[in-house]
Design a protein around this ligand. Sequence first.
Ligand code: ACM
Length: 527
Amino acid sequence: MTRFILTLSIILLSLKGFSQHKAYAIIPQPNESRLEQGYFQFEDKLSVAYNSDQLKASAEYFKAVLKSYSEKKIQVKTGGSYPGIYLELDDEVNNHDETYQIRISSKEIKVQASSPHGIFNGLQSVLQLLLFSPQDNDLSKIHKGTIKDEPRYAWRGLMLDESRHFFGKEKVKQLLDYMALHKLNRFHWHLTDSPGWRIEIKQYPKLGKVGGIGNHSDSEAKAQYYSQKEIAEIVAYAKERYIEVIPEIDMPGHASAANRAYPEFSGGGSEKYPDFTFNPGKEEVYQYLTNILQEVKDLFPAKYIHLGGDEVHFGNHQWKDDKAIQALMKNKQLDNLKAVEEYFIRRMADSLKTMNRQVIGWDEVVEAGLDPENSLVMWWRHDKPQLLTSAVQKGYKVVMCPRLPMYFDFIQDERQHYGRTWDGFCDVESVYHFPKGIKEADSNLVAGIQACVWTENIQNNQRLDYMLFPRLSAMAEAAWCNQNKKSYTSFKERLPLMVKMYQKDEIYYYDVFNPENHQEPKGLVKR
Ligand code: ACM
């Protein structure tokens, strides 16, 4: 009897220990996982094998990342014997491009998917299992069990503004690495705006050489822009990580940098925003911008090009007096300046269509009469929810990136002195819960969500890190996990494991557990 009670107690105790690990520690949390008794165990050697050459690049990527982060000196060999990881492309598994499943037995971690992208996603989970095993003090043990996972949203994006401040390719590559680890798959690159034009255009070299001069801190800073070779390098780097790069060439507003280089295409501006617009009244402007977009299209294979279309009213005052624009209004029976703006964006969308590309616009374009089949709208004005509703009603695909809580240049708590604010903070928890409560969130037309980092007040890498991390981790979970699977408590339990990676990479993150820990790096303007 005593022996029976003793045995029972041991079983109960071990079950208690087991039940503490309800799920694998992965960010974003897989949508379905089941842990079983027992472990996959390894010493310091692992093999990675696969059943298709299409997986070779991902296997090599996995090996390199594991090696660079692992505290143990793990040797990872391709092929070979157990214990190991087996990657299996299998049409039978599922038919969604990003879905994957993992089966962890005592001898093997098997990742299965019907596409290489699914396998890549699975490998990001395996990486975190190996690096953040729930047996924190024994990184060579991973619970047996299964994971079946697919994303809530197809579009899981991050936008970086490199016009206001330029961060350069090494920082961009680091962001792409972190995007991959978090299963984020769209990098929206805001490459042109008023302070600087950041992409080489061979037919118009002054765009980079003259338009690239200056930034938001210093209007005379030496020209900084990406050469086409560097762009191609970054697009390829992103592709290896299953990330699509979507360039934004903002028009007809936010064009001052371009207009410094080629003033003949300027439509003027306002006192505060000089030369803010291209001129929609001049036919040659459409050819000029189409020529630019031809080069852009050749650099970026993504099906979308973002044409901006935002905030034109900031600087279209001179349109009222511009002869060419007045003539256009008369010819095309355009009643007001908003109609001119919409005419312009339709023409440029038509140009993109001839290049086999679709247009993205900020939510100003909702009323412009673009073809819903060939357009996507980014909803950014959180204080105008009717624009989201209207975009969906008109049949547009939508990405939701409302300022609150998805603009990461906004401050995250009351201690912060620099950065934008509105009623409320873009704190980590609000980011995490997004898009709870938004009624369109489950519409088939909502492609996904995106965080946007505008950089007027972010002038160096340290401040960029502080504004991005860990909100990026919270946002990734918001984009990936079904609403009913999300738990902020669980996220906070897993986050310290990700923070270890930030620390290894010397990322100057905001410490959500103890905000006093890392001082806020100075921005340019106090709030
Ligand atoms: C925007 O924030 N102007 C899209």
